[in-house]
Design a protein around this ligand. Structure first.
Ligand SMILES: *Cc1c(COP(=O)(O)O)cnc(C)c1O
Length: 389
């Protein structure tokens, strides 16, 4: 079945008693036992909750895994996965990493004896060169943040199999609708569900999906033992969001391509990073491994002063952190999302005082282009207007 169908039907068959087409919100902490030594299959909501289970089964199906897990946030999901490692283990990690993941890896986990090396994971040779005898895992963003570098997941998963490393893919920017890490050989796909999956900037959530049943067992044990589970209301909101994932992303990608092309032609823009543009270094690879290019764009403006001008003058596009929702957002990675990176690393990566990031929403693209044009101070024009009303 198509991902669009799988997503739209999450929870549909859940309530066999009433036939409700959406899964109920089981707002309960505990469950009555039918008898001594008996269970309905649910005992306590940290261990298992029907609304959460519907979400977990849904994301597992969508991602082609055997089991899914829902956590209180994307960071809670990533932290839970990192507890699979032990003192002395070394992991190789994408260098232009989500700032919060970098903070966890640099400021918390070293206290527990984990070590991390940061490399350009769009270059499999760089990953190989970073291997140590103690390397046990690879943590890679399928599409990086904010520079939208593309990792060859199949090649990296092959390397992980050969070296017996756990291959974890943060697939937040592409979602299982566009790319399925497990089908390409990864062991775990992890998501900030806060972004495209829930999709409406109204819920914080994390999800992980695995293939191997033994690994699923370990994660299930960890999820219950550590306890950062997603509550039933937020599970329901995430299911609600997932049902429209395909239509939202189709529209968002269409908008993103139009905006990336418009920015690439703009005289005050120096460089546009969008993998849907044919001159992007990851374009061909993503064309092969994914169903689309996502809806995140980064761009550098010619003058640093333009950054503040755009952040303050855009009206439809909100100046806010986060991404993936139906509303378009603009952020300034150097100061907002990537402030925890070393200044030297930021400079080397090109995360500087002229780089902006756009999360493109589902609005009419003409309105978004008008908003950008007026924020740049362009002369009024109706050139990009389509003829439709
Ligand atoms: C937002 C984000 C996270 C963290 O997720 P939260 O839901 O905010 O905890 C992790 N990885 C990526 C790529 C993200 O964009």
């Amino acid at each position: 079945m198509h991902a669009a169908t799988t997503a739209a039907h999450i929870g549909l068959d859940w309530d066999t008693r009433t036939g409700a087409v959406t899964v109920p919100i089981y707002q309960t902490a505990t469950f009555r036992h039918p008898g001594l030594g008996q269970s309905t299959g649910y005992d306590y909501s940290r261990s298992g909750n029907p609304t959460r289970q519907a979400l977990e089964e849904g994301i597992a199906r969508l991602d082609g895994g055997t089991a899914g897990f829902a956590y209180a946030s994307g960071m809670a999901a990533i932290a839970a996965l990192l507890l699979l490692f032990s003192q002395g283990d070394h992991l190789i990690v994408t260098e232009d990493l989500y700032g919060g993941t970098y903070r966890l890896f640099e400021q918390i986990l070293p206290q527990y004896g984990l070590e991390f090396s940061y490399v350009d994971t769009s270059d499999p040779a760089a990953v190989r060169a970073a291997l140590r005898p103690t390397t046990r895992g690879l943590f890679v963003e399928s599409l990086t943040n904010p520079l939208l570098k593309v990792a060859d997941i199949a090649a990296l998963a092959g390397l992980c199999r050969e070296q017996r490393l756990l291959c974890i893919v943060d697939n937040t920017f592409l979602t299982p609708y566009l790319l399925r890490p497990l089908a390409l050989g990864a062991d775990i796909a992890v998501y900030s569900g806060t972004k495209y999956l829930a999709g409406h900037n109204d819920t914080v959530c994390g999800l992980a999906v695995v293939r191997d049943p033994a690994l699923a067992e370990r994660l299930k044990f960890h999820q219950n033992a550590v306890g950062a589970v997603l509550g039933p209301q937020d599970c329901w909101l995430t299911i609600r969001g997932l049902k429209t994932l395909s239509v939202r992303l189709d529209r968002q990608q269409e908008n993103a391509l139009a905006i990336a092309r418009w920015l690439a032609r703009h005289p005050q823009v120096e460089r546009v990073y969008y993998p849907g543009l044919a001159d992007h270094p990851g374009h061909e690879l993503l064309r092969r491994q994914a169903r689309g290019f996502g809806a995140m764009i980064a761009f550098t403006v010619r003058e640093p002063a333009l950054v503040e001008q755009l952040l303050l003058k855009t009206r439809l596009i909100s100046f806010a952190e986060s991404l993936g929702g139906v509303e378009s957002l603009i952020t300034f990675p150097e100061v907002q999302t990537h402030a925890d990176l070393e200044p030297a690393t930021r400079r080397r990566l090109g995360i500087d005082d002229r780089l902006l990031r756009l999360s493109v929403g589902i609005e009419a693209v003409d309105d978004l282009l008008d908003d950008l044009a007026q924020a740049f101070g362009d002369a009024p024009t109706t050139q990009h207007k389509e003829t439709q009303p």
